[in-house]
Design a protein around this ligand. Structure first.
Ligand SMILES: O=C(CO)COP(=O)(O)O
Ligand SMILES: O=C[C@H](O)COP(=O)(O)O
Ligand SMILES: [Zn+2]
Ligand SMILES: [Zn+2]
Length: 346
């Protein structure tokens, strides 16, 4: 089938100067929304599932869903990635269930809340990398803790993320340490911290360099020109989606996300994977609120889930176009995991 590893996909993206949005999925509708957008724009895709998604959807159901999506869209290279793995077992069971890539997020301890020190992070990430690479599976690590440069706070969301006040040291990945980390762990991709956070409330104003430190990415790329960089918390939180939600009885407080042009600037400096969950959530919620308020007699879930899929799919198409992913599916021939495993062994 058309399953691809993160490593092969991001190597291709680096060669051709584009990035791939990684969309979180929790159910069939989100999976289909991404695949339809990918097929329409001829884009390779990264679908990612968090620990929360895995327990929401059930690992076996999720494995069946991935298999179905890959078979329904055989022309689209599909990378299935574990988002924010918290230990060896979480990563190993993702691989058992058909994931071709895992994130070991050792920036936090196994509780997903407490900031970890360098030695813990490097050690657990190196162990996951040895295990995953033996299977041909790719690994993303994280150095630095996501959180706000405006408030100094961590970004606790859905029971995940630091809850305490963090120092600027923790909130911004140190470029020298990043160089050491890649050497110590052998990761294929590195997630870094530079002021983004998960969820809808990232910035209280349109972000400038003081609160969205894109220069950190540029410095890390200068030191690690061959490492694929990953931006987390990179939803743009579009104002039009906020407005639809609020016009139809919702309550989203004024807020800003990461502007698409800042992500494009990152792509010029080695960013190859861009994590997006919140924008999909906003799109689906906007469509569902609108549909149900316009016709309060409606009670067939398909009647509001179909527009929800369509609105999410539009967000995905926009990002595929903006990040240069569109059209790239036709230039990729996925290698099997066994070929990737031999490559790592050599
Ligand atoms: O980073 C993410 C998943 O790992 C998602 O970030 P957003 O909340 O900005 O969509
Ligand atoms: O953490 C990143 C994603 O937004 C996933 O969120 P989740 O843990 O609520 O599924
Ligand atoms: Zn999260
Ligand atoms: Zn994340």
């Amino acid at each position: 089938m058309a399953m691809i590893t993160l490593r092969q996909l991001l190597d291709h993206a680096a060669e051709r100067g584009y990035a791939v949005p990684a969309f979180n999925i929790n159910n069939m509708e989100q999976g289909l929304a991404v695949m339809k957008a990918a097929a329409a724009t001829r884009s390779p895709v990264i679908l990612q599932a968090s620990r929360g998604a895995r327990s929401y959807a059930n690992d076996l159901v999720l494995a069946g869903l991935i298999d179905g999506l890959a078979r329904a869209y055989p022309e689209i290279p599909l990378c299935m990635h574990l988002d924010h793995g918290n230990g060896l077992a979480t990563c190993a069971t993702a691989i058992q269930n058909g994931f071709t890539s895992v994130m070991m997020d050792g920036s936090l301890m196994a509780d997903g809340k407490t900031p970890a020190d360098y030695d813990y992070n490097a050690d657990i990430t190196r162990r996951v990398t040895e295990m995953a690479h033996a299977c041909g599976v790719s690994v993303e690590g994280e150095l630095g803790v996501l959180g706000s440069l405006e408030t100094g706070m961590g970004e606790a969301e859905d029971g995940h993320g630091a809850t305490e006040k963090l120092s600027e040291d923790q909130l911004l990945t140190d470029p020298a340490e990043a160089e050491q980390f890649v050497k110590d762990t052998g990761v294929d991709a590195l997630a870094i911290a530079m002021g983004t956070s998960h969820g809808a409330y990232k910035f209280t104003r349109k972000p400038d360099g003081a609160i969205l430190a894109m220069h950190v990415i540029e410095e890390i790329h200068r030191r690690l020109p061959n490492t694929h960089l990953v931006m987390h918390g990179s939803s743009s939180v579009p104002e039009d989606l906020q407005q639809i939600i609020n016009n139809y009885g919702g309550d989203i407080r004024p807020t800003w996300g990461v502007p698409v042009e800042e992500i494009q600037r990152g792509i010029r400096s080695g960013v190859r994977k861009v994590n997006i969950d919140t924008d999909s959530r906003l799109a689906m919620t906007a469509a569902i609120r609108k549909t149900l308020m316009e016709d309060p007699t409606e009670f067939d879930p398909r009647k509001y889930l179909k527009p929800a899929m369509e609105m999410m799919s539009q967000v995905c198409k926009d990002r595929f176009e903006a990040f240069g992913t569109a059209g790239q599916a036709d230039h990729l021939t996925p290698l099997p995991l066994s070929a990737m495993a031999s490559r790592y062994a050599a």
